[in-house]
Design a protein. Sequence first.
Length: 363
Amino acid sequence: MKKALVCGAGGFIGSHLVSRLKRDGYWVRGVDLVYPEFSKSQADEFIKGDLRNISVVDICVDGVDEVYQLAADMGGADFIFTGENDADIMHNSAMINLNIVDSMKRHKVKKVFYSSSACMYPQEHQLKIDVPALTEDMAYPGNPDSEYGWEKLFSERLYLAYGKNYGFDVRIARFHNIFGPEGTYVGGREKAPAALCRKVIESDGEIKVYGDGKQTRSFLYIDECVDGVRRLMESDCTEPLNIGSDEVISINDFAKMIIKISGKKVKIVNIEGPLGVRGRNSDNTLIKEKLGWSPTQKLEVGMTKTYKWINEMINHKIKYIYESPDGKTIYRRRFDSNDPLDKEQVDPKTYEPTGKKFGDDWK
């Protein structure tokens, strides 16, 4: 049985990746500063530790076959683009990555996945709303629009350099705005899909959207993101690949989609605020060529699932708990209930109740 280490296993993508690796037959060790916020980790072993500490990294890396590195100091526009967190973002994420490659070298662990970001692309390719989709060869000369993006670019080169000089078997994905259930939706570090869902759910007739709302993005549902990561790791592709949807949408139209899903009457009010680039979309030509695969799920399908989950979290104080390693059995329980048997099963794809209660025979 292969052994995998997932760094950032307490986070949104990392926790979903742990569950996928378990379904794929791996023994999984997770590490993070925190446990997953909304579900019990499926990791065989979970180390609550700081990857900026090399002694913690050494404990985590020892004995594994593959490393999935998703740990980073990150957040949404309010965190990344204000400039107030630039030093911490660069210092913390760079230190984590430097520690990981150093420990992998000493423990003779060769295979590693690094989660980069579309934020590493030069800003001059993203100044208009109708810009061409970003191809992987647009990365240089480097000129990201944020320190978060600069650190991602540096760490891509770091892993590739260790591949060249020390024989690491490196896979790199440039994620494009991943979203879905069990992602942070409040607190300042949430991404646009979750933030807009929360705003619509809590609105009394209007929501505020940063900028003129004409800025464009593409968004990828979490299941397809994790599927792409696993396909990349099983491939022989050693160059960075976009993992994102090529379904581009303006932020105003995105907000209108969420309002439609909600069934509410909500007005959009555009205000000043941190924006990032003007337009960004994923070109999936290379991933189709290298993996014979690319994301296909329509944005509205994933947003319907995500809105439903956030709505239940906010309005019904529901907590989802993954009880089975295969991810097929999910219970939900009210936060304000102290009864351990006060649970009901929900469908893992739609989050709709199945009508079965905890303790029923589900075979």
